[in-house]
Design a protein around this ligand. Structure first.
Ligand SMILES: [Zn+2]
Length: 212
């Protein structure tokens, strides 16, 4: 018998497979330039699978996925997790039902984050696609996508996210000059939220261009 791991290796393999397939597709759209971005999937109540720092997200293999605990510390591996691991694990810790966190750096997300950083949020209203967000049943609602200031201090950023989550239910946020975080209960839901944010931000940018 090999040394017992604190998580189910079959569950890890399943999570890693999901991350690899989905992230390759997101990467093919140009949403993960220059080894940026990071992706995770909950394994169980104490562990998450997350991409190893610095890997090309368009060419992920199982060796590029590692396990962390919900404090963001590596588990049974010598790999280094992404610097932003804390922004993933804080969501898993806070919400037992959250199963997937996706973080991308598309041009649309990055430009929108710069444009709306001063306002502190992007106001999204009147779009049919707002129904893509779990809990929204009509296009007649509006949504504020927060834009947080960028910093390399993840504890500061995580504290700001926590303060926002104390005030409102949300499925994502932007970081200024950086990119988007989106999440859901599983991979399909997180991906739907990510794609909806990307599409709606693209609409807002295009409207501004046309209205100039
Ligand atoms: Zn990032």
């Amino acid at each position: 018998m090999s040394t017992a791991l604190p998580y189910d290796p079959q569950r890890l393999a399943h999570c890693a497979g999901e991350i690899i397939v989905n992230v390759r597709e997101l990467s093919a759209r140009g949403w993960t330039p220059a080894t940026s971005s990071n992706f995770s999937r909950r394994i169980d109540a104490q562990h998450a699978a997350i991409t190893v720092s610095g890997r090309d997200k368009g060419r992920l293999t199982e060796a590029d996925i590692m396990v962390v605990d919900l404090e963001g510390a590596p588990v049974a591996t010598s790999h280094r997790p992404s610097a932003e691991t804390l922004l993933h694990t804080q969501l898993y810790k806070r919400y037992p039902e959250i199963g997937c966190v996706l973080h991308t750096h598309s041009q649309t997300q990055t430009v929108a984050s710069r444009l709306y950083a001063g306002m502190g949020h992007v106001h999204l209203e009147g779009y049919e696609l707002l129904k893509a967000f779990t809990g929204n049943t009509t296009h007649e609602m509006s949504l504020e996508l927060p834009v947080l200031p960028n910093t390399q201090d993840m504890h500061t950023l995580a504290a700001q996210v926590d303060a926002l989550l104390d005030q409102q239910a949300m499925w994502g946020y932007l970081i200024d000059g950086h990119g988007l975080y989106a999440w859901g209960r599983d991979m399909p839901e997180a991906r739907r939220h990510l794609e909806a944010f990307e599409f709606l931000l693209g609409c807002e940018l295009e409207l501004r261009r046309l209205q100039r």
